[in-house]
Ligand binder design. Structure first.
Ligand code: FES
Ligand code: FES
Length: 929
């Protein structure tokens, strides 16, 4: 029971057992149980959904509020403890001078990306600024240390907090409107609700009459199970409505990314293949579903022997996980060019190595959440996703419906990084809502999110590299096994992308790169920022350090000598026509490299247990799908009432596509950004923009947006007989076209209108030109590539094996930075995830399934980052732009591993380089020396 009485506490005094407190200055009284979590009460009973829940365990800080002006995690506070106290949440911030200034500073600095951590960050920052109006960097880091952000790398958040005092009393943030939109540091167009706490994520919205769904998942890596009397179980528990199993799926009980690989069941059919696999779902009233004891559930498990890791699945006598793949090898990838044996035979220097990486968890702060609602013969799904059209297709298959009967309404997405490319709760929700003809909602717990979702592929890579006496690369060969877990997910994509990239952004005449995706009883490995390229880059960059040393060359110079450039041919036989900016990146890094090397030499001149090292890592990354069509279509319209609307189906998961694509459309049309109304990612309203993955939205959807806006502009110019240089303005229902002193006007009300009021429209599509790879991996896998080089400086404690990062310098060729502030934010965030990959993150099923045991970088773990943007325009891209999402991450871990070696003389070949692993390497080196 909830009683809202915002007039006076006294007014609630006659309510027995009510708990009264002040929320954002207003009096409230609640009949919720005293042990209810404050976070839950705020969200569910008071509708204050600005306070987010990422873990319910005090680990993420997303639920940070102020209680009597002190920071607290609302998920850890029972409301019985707040009687008579003052609670301030993000919804109350704008009423305070400091809070409003913080919100504005976050917008101006680009400090919110996906925005799911933003309310918690703002509250922690508010607490700091109340006490310390102009905090130092260290004071800011300390204050924000309890709030996790997976997107930003924290640096822009720290900048915003430290700069907030400038915005006190200065109204709301405004965006620049003069001059070209492209190239401007425009604040996010979708930023205001993120800083206000009013953004609607998957858990923030559902019909009032929605039932709740809870999945029951396998606790073993492999098991058979038998179900008891489910009807009797439900009947005995008031509030439960129904249990759904494999038998209840109206269409096909399967899903998967590839049309021929729908290998994952919605509900397991009798034998599970990984810990976390969904067996059935219970639906009912919230309390009844949540209070269920899983131990009481009528299900009997028979654990079975499991194959853990690729080696087990490839061993002689290994059982077959899926009948259609007897040897457990899901797919193979190959790129072969030249004569690799001849190349090695003629080499002056050869380097070898075997490298290991583990599962890495996406750890988006927003667990999966959403609802499904049946409307007659159609179904609507509101949920967090990176791929609404793929979700639509999957749900239609599962329900046995035509595509047009399924509508996907993406919620705001609280981080994805590839992990929300696969469907998660959508099929379950759809089945339940369809069968019951009642809305059904679900919110995964943190643990459920982690055990059920896809991971970065663990890899075992053996590689060999060779160069001539002058340091020119002559041959490279690698064999990589990628543990794709129990189901295919994006395994074929990883196996296909790795061999293309495995040689790195270098000229190598003789190449043989082989990959395999292996089925195991691990969690499904899927898409995670880089699709296997970060793992391959670790091996390749490490061996190139070996070769540089053997050839007596500086490591940066070695890379510069071998850098691939426009006009060169890749190992896939693709001639790079333009926009290959690695050499420019390396040239730009040179002074930083020399300075940091000198700094390390000076530091290491004194004795001590701390040694300083500097490393360099390079990367290239194909933008878009590998050798296959991945089109996008955009629409821009003018309506009779003067509304200019951008119909944009690309999902913004925090990377900024909503803003960037509008900037592109604005300049192509010739009207300012702020004139656009936005309709975003609704499968019933927007065209298919493809998925938000493979760093493709700026390049692919950007070209489509440019074409759509240009088509609308052409129509306007045609109607007025104006030339291409004409200047447009839109006032009310009149478009004015001015050119060389001649002014023409279009009265929009006088034009014939479509049913929705549209009078003029432009539709644009783009599909990057590629050529599928042949059996030897030859073709044109990508229309363009991003390039980058990063330097890491760090200190190693030789006694403890611990590492402290000092600085990272990142040079990225992005073609053209449509919005430099958002590009920088992507680079910061990618580097933070690269730090996690290199030094911290290891998902171990059954052991690190929460944010307490699975550590991601905090604000204190990310060092200062210097960014150099190299703009080598891509002729195919919108205004020359390429992509940045994944390129930002790839070079970081190689640079860190190179720096560890430079500092210590030991070569880590397994990540993460946890202190105990480095300690063992250091002790082994001591034993050898
Ligand atoms: S939700 Fe409270 S700390 Fe994570
Ligand atoms: S912006 Fe911080 S988690 Fe996404």
């Amino acid at each position: 029971m909830t009683i809202h009485d915002r007039s006076a506490l006294a007014a609630t005094a006659d309510v027995a057992d009510a708990i009264a407190f002040r929320l954002n200055g207003a009096n409230v009284a609640l009949g919720d149980a005293p042990d209810s979590r404050l976070s839950e009460v705020l969200r569910a009973s008071l509708g204050a959904t600005g306070t987010k829940v990422g873990c319910d365990a005090g680990d993420c800080g997303a639920c940070t509020v102020l209680i009597d002006e002190a920071q607290a995690c609302a998920c850890l506070v029972p409301i019985g403890q707040i009687a008579g106290r003052d609670v301030l949440t993000v919804e109350g911030l704008a009423e305070t001078a400091i809070g409003a200034a913080l919100q504005q500073a976050f917008q101006v600095h680009g400090a919110a990306q996906c925005g799911i951590c933003t309310p918690g960050m703002l509250m922690a920052a508010y607490d700091l600024l109340r006490r310390t109006p102009q905090p130092s960097e260290q004071e800011t880091l300390d204050a924000l240390g309890g709030v996790l952000c997976r997107c930003t790398g924290y640096l822009k958040i720290v900048d915003a907090v430290r700069d907030a005092h400038r915005f006190i009393g200065h109204g709301t943030a405004t965006s620049p409107s003069d001059g070209p939109a492209i190239g401007s540091r425009l604040a996010r167009l979708d930023g205001a609700p993120k800083v206000a706490g009013s953004e609607r994520y998957g858990a923030d919205s559902a019909p009032d009459d929605a039932l709740w769904l809870r999945a029951i998942r396998c606790p073993h890596p492999r098991a058979r199970f038998t179900l008891g009397d489910l009807e009797a179980f439900v009947a005995a528990r008031p509030g439960l409505v129904r249990v759904f199993t494999a038998q209840d799926v109206p269409g096909e009980n399967s899903f998967g990314i590839y049309p021929h690989l729908k290998d994952q069941p919605v509900f397991s059919g009798g034998e599970t293949r990984y810990r976390g696999e969904c067996v059935l779902a219970v639906v009912g009233e919230k309390e009844a579903v949540e209070s269920l004891s899983i131990d009481a559930f009528p299900i009997a498990w028979e654990p079975l022997p499991a194959m853990i890791g690729s080696a087990a699945a490839l061993a002689d006598g290994a059982f077959t996980l899926h009948d259609f793949v007897p040897d457990n090898v899901l797919t193979r990838g190959r790129v072969e060019r030249g004569d690799v044996e001849a190349g090695f035979a003629q080499a002056a220097h050869v380097a070898y190595g075997a490298f290991e990486t583990g599962f890495v968890e996406h750890a988006y702060i927003e667990p999966e959440a959403g609802y499904a609602k049946r409307i007659g013969d159609t179904i609507e799904i509101f949920a967090c996703t990176q791929a609404p059209y793929m979700d639509r297709d999957e749900v239609a298959r599962v329900l046995g419906l035509p595509l047009e009967s399924v509508r996907i309404l993406p919620s705001a997405c609280g981080g994805g990084f590839g992990g929300k490319l696969d469907v998660s709760l959508q099929p379950m929700l759809a089945v339940a809502a369809w069968v019951l003809d009642r809305p059904v909602r679900c919110i995964f717990s943190r643990i459920e999110s982690m055990i059920s979702s896809t991971k970065r592929h663990p890899s075992s890579i053996q590689a060999k590299a060779a160069c001539d006496a002058e340091g020119r690369l002559v041959a490279y060969a690698m064999e990589g096994d990628f543990d794709t877990g129990a189901y295919a997910s994006w395994g074929p994509t990883v196996a296909g992308r790795v061999p293309v990239h495995a040689t790195g952004p270098y000229k190598v005449p003789h190449v043989r790169n082989l990959s395999r995706a292996i089925y195991t009883n691990g969690p499904p490995s899927g898409a995670f920022r880089g699709f296997g390229v970060p793992q391959a880059a670790l091996a390749q960059e490490s061996l190139f350090d070996d070769l540089a040393t053997a050839a007596g060359l500086d490591r940066l110079e070695f890379r510069l000598i071998n850098a691939i450039r426009a006009g060169d041919t890749t190992p896939s036989g693709q001639r790079l026509e333009a926009s290959a900016g690695l050499a420019e990146c390396l040239e730009a890094l040179k002074p930083h490299w020399q300075r940091l090397l000198a700094d390390a030499a000076a530091f290491n001149a004194s004795e001590g247990r701390t040694r300083r090292g500097v490393g360099i890592g390079c990367m290239w990354y194909g933008i878009g799908n590998t050798g296959m069509s991945n089109p996008s279509t955009m629409r821009v319209t003018l309506s009779q009432d003067g509304r200019l609307t951008f119909w944009n189906g690309a999902v913004d998961i925090g990377q900024g596509s909503t803003t960037v694509l509008t900037q592109i459309a604005a300049d192509a049309l010739g009207l300012p950004v702020e004139r656009f109304d936005l309709v975003l990612g609704d499968t019933a309203l927007t065209f298919d923009a493809g998925k938000t993955s493979a760093s493709r939205q700026t390049f692919v959807s950007g070209r489509a947006a440019e074409a759509a806006a240009a088509a609308l502009r052409a129509e306007i110019l045609r109607l007025t007989n104006a030339g291409p240089s004409a200047r447009l303005t839109l006032e009310g229902v009149t478009v004015t076209v001015a050119e060389n002193g001649v002014v023409a006007r279009i009265d929009l009300t006088a034009l014939p209108a479509q049913a929705d009021g549209t009078v003029l429209e432009g539709i644009g599509s783009f599909d990057p030109p590629t050529v599928p790879l042949d059996a030897m991996g030859q073709g044109v896998p990508y229309a363009t590539y991003g390039f980058a080089a990063q330097i890491a400086s760090l200190d190693v404690d030789l006694d403890l094996g611990t590492i402290r990062l000092n600085r990272i310098v990142a040079a990225h060729d992005v073609g053209r930075a449509i919005n430099p502030m958002l590009v920088e934010g992507q680079i910061h965030g990618g580097i933070a995830q690269g730090i996690g990959l290199a030094l911290m993150e290891e998902y171990l099923p059954g052991r690190t399934e929460n944010l307490h045991d699975y550590l991601i970088p905090t604000a204190g773990d990310v060092p200062p980052i210097d960014i150099i943007l190299v703009e080598d325009p891509e002729p195919l891209g919108p205004s020359g732009a390429k992509g940045i999402g994944e390129p930002a991450l790839v070079p970081t871990a190689p640079a860190i591993l190179g720096a560890i070696r430079h500092a210590t003389g030991v070569t880590p070949r397994q990540v993460p380089v946890l202190p105990h692993r480095l300690w063992e390497l250091l002790r082994a080196k001591e034993g050898r020396s």
